[in-house]
Design a protein around this ligand. Structure first.
Ligand code: GCU
Length: 611
């Protein structure tokens, strides 16, 4: 459920009132990397359990907490007569973070349960503090047990979650942490059964034990006030009623502002003379320190504003043209989920090579390294929850699952200057239940964060040869974005020459996908499907069409930076389980179309500079 916290100066903070008992989770900790604690990354032991024997008995009844055959309980025989039919062993280990599919051939297509187990010793560094178990992401469902006690569960494969761990449960040595990970797809989940990406399962991002004082800073927002060049505003939320002052420091600007804590939160605004704004051309960030009586958190923050004025997107008050590219969270040359800072730098430098100033992180929230690296490299971000294709729009329960993921995405990344767009979905079919569902999400996103633009990849349809954009969801989004594949999923690339666009909204118009597939290194004449020359021709025709778009056209993010895995793509010569619409091929080589798009982006950059 949601409450709307009316703070002074009209800053409305919608918070998801996740009581501590929601699946055992505690409200999400933010800026976890700045907090004390220990990493639980590394080798974990595992048991593959497709029949979920560790969770259900032979009558398919959920095992009780102390059931000795449950896989969350000790696997050590009590004596030589004891019968144990499960056990964790160094014979079976897997790396965390990381998907399981890429770590062992037997896991390539595996969809089901894998039990992960980590033993660790623990000496608290903050005396008298609290301890949380934090997961960057687990795809798809996680059930978490420590020393035989269930901490709770989480659903959603691309957003963080945490559980507070009672002192009485943690031991100095030999803690027995078990996570049941289940990546089975299901009709009533987010995403649903059908996606055009690989269902990478596992503990795919970092795991940490995080420490905080009894009264800790749960989350904060520090942003540049709209239409201002040097006024910062925001709020700080604690876990309980605060005593003393909350301090915001920006040392480089010689700023140290103190605010008396009232209740469990404060809101603030103050001038920051000499503030340099963040932009793709100049991604200036400041070390900012947020302190309470008991805690000091450092962050690296950029300050900028983004807004729609008329049918343009203004960044820091200037119209911006988005030279974008879509990407999945994958390292194709290693056929695995990306998760590290090095992965983020690699992917975003590929986008930079294209002279892109924006990335659409498809179709789910990427790891925090990606958004923090986008901050540092100066790349604008479209961040999206995986409400993808044929979700069950008639279910209130599915809507609440989507809202949980939306809230986790926004809570984690609220302070990332690079993120200018929150997207609530992709290519959902137009019908009344869907538009009710999606407009509810769009309004929820806006209530959670009124400082960014709300979008979704809407539907476009053909009326008497014209591409008409009148999707009713467009009433609820700040920009109107559509995916089009004129010349790939219909006609030849030359059919883009006669394409007529009719956008029924006087809002910024954005092409959120366009692309053609080619097997890197396959060369022929441009009429030969799957050749690099076909894709090159496609991009030439697309660029020509982009130059003829209506005047509210604000940019594009072609599909896609890299070739990526998909079980839906089964041409035995040109796909073999890959969707090869990348501008880079599976080994990271640039295809011919790369240079067509780069030439267009170079031209658009020059035009923008000349304005
Ligand atoms: C769709 C979809 C992508 C998909 C792409 C394609 O628009 O949004 O997820 O991979 O088209 O068909 O390659």
């Amino acid at each position: 459920m949601f409450s709307f916290l009316k703070l002074s100066k009209g800053i409305v903070v919608a918070t998801l009132l996740v009581s501590a008992t929601v699946n055992g989770q505690t409200p999400l900790l933010t800026n976890v990397g700045a907090r004390p604690g220990i990493s639980l990354n590394g080798k974990w032991q595992y048991i593959v359990d497709p029949y979920e024997t560790g969770f259900y008995d032979y009558r398919w009844k959920e095992r009780s907490q102390n059931d000795r055959e449950a896989y969350w309980n000790s696997d050590v025989p009590t004596n030589k007569t004891d019968r144990k039919e499960h056990g964790y062993s160094d014979k079976y280990t897997i790396n965390v973070p990381g998907d399981w599919n890429s770590q062992d051939a037997k896991f390539l297509y595996y969809e089901g349960t894998v039990w992960y187990k980590k033993s660790f010793d623990y000496a608290r560094s903050l005396s008298g503090g609290r301890t949380f178990l934090y997961f960057g992401a687990v795809n798809y469902r996680a059930d978490v047990y420590l020393n035989g006690r269930k901490l709770g569960s989480h659903k959603g494969g691309f957003t963080p979650f945490n559980f507070e761990v009672a002192d009485t449960l943690l031991k100095a040595t030999g803690n027995f942490l078990v996570v049941k990970v289940d990546n089975k797809r299901s009709a009533d989940e987010i995403p649903t059964l059908n996606t055009d990406w690989w269902n990478f399962g596992g503990i795919t991002r970092d795991v940490r034990l995080v420490e905080a004082p009894q009264q800790y800073i749960r989350e904060y927002a520090i942003q540049l006030k709209r239409r201002s060049v040097d006024e910062l505003q925001g709020w700080v939320k604690l876990n309980s009623t605060a005593t003393g002052n909350i301090t915001i420091e920006v040392p480089e600007l010689k700023l140290k502002k103190q605010f008396p804590a009232t209740g469990d939160s404060i809101s603030f605004s103050f001038r920051a003379p000499g503030l340099k704004l963040w932009s793709p051309e100049s991604p200036k960030r400041y070390r900012v320190v947020v302190s309470s009586q008991e805690e000091k958190l450092e962050d690296q923050l950029g300050f900028r504003t983004v807004e729609v004025v008329g049918n343009k997107i203004l960044l820091n008050g200037r119209a911006v043209f988005l030279r974008g590219i879509c990407l999945h969270e994958e390292i194709p040359s290693e056929t695995r989920r990306a998760y590290s800072k090095a992965d983020a730098v690699k992917l975003l430098l590929q986008a930079k090579a294209l002279n892109a100033n924006m990335v659409r992180l498809a179709h789910y929230p990427h790891n925090e390294n990606m958004t923090r690296t986008a901050d540092s490299l100066g790349i604008l971000v479209w961040s999206e929850i995986p409400v993808y294709w044929t979700i069950n729009f008639n279910s209130e329960e599915v809507l609440s699952k989507a809202k949980v993921q939306l809230n986790e995405m926004i809570t984690r990344d609220r302070n990332r200057a690079s993120i200018i767009i929150w997207s609530v979905g992709n290519e959902t079919p137009v019908h009344p239940a869907r538009t009710t569902f999606m407009s509810n999400l769009a309004m929820t996103a806006k209530s959670l964060d009124s400082s960014r633009l709300i979008s979704a990849a809407l539907e476009v349809h053909n009326v008497n040869g014209a591409s008409v954009v009148d999707d009713p969801l467009g009433q609820y989004t700040d920009i109107v974005s559509v995916n089009e594949y004129i010349g790939w999923y219909g006609g030849l690339p030359s059919s883009a020459r006669t394409a007529k666009w009719e956008v029924k909204y006087n809002k910024p118009f954005f092409i959120s996908e366009t692309g053609a597939e080619t097997l890197g290194g396959f060369h022929s004449d441009s009429l030969t499907r799957w050749s690099e020359e076909y894709q090159e021709w496609y991009y030439r025709e697309q660029v020509a069409m982009m130059k003829r778009m209506p005047e509210n056209f604000v940019g594009l993010s072609p599909w896609i930076l890299n070739d990526f895995r998909s079980p839906r793509r089964n041409n035995p010569v040109y796909q073999e389980g890959w969707n090869n619409k990348g501008l880079f091929d599976q080994k990271g080589n640039k295809k011919k179309a790369f240079f067509v798009l780069k030439e267009y982006y170079d031209e658009m950059e020059q035009q923008h500079k000349a304005r």
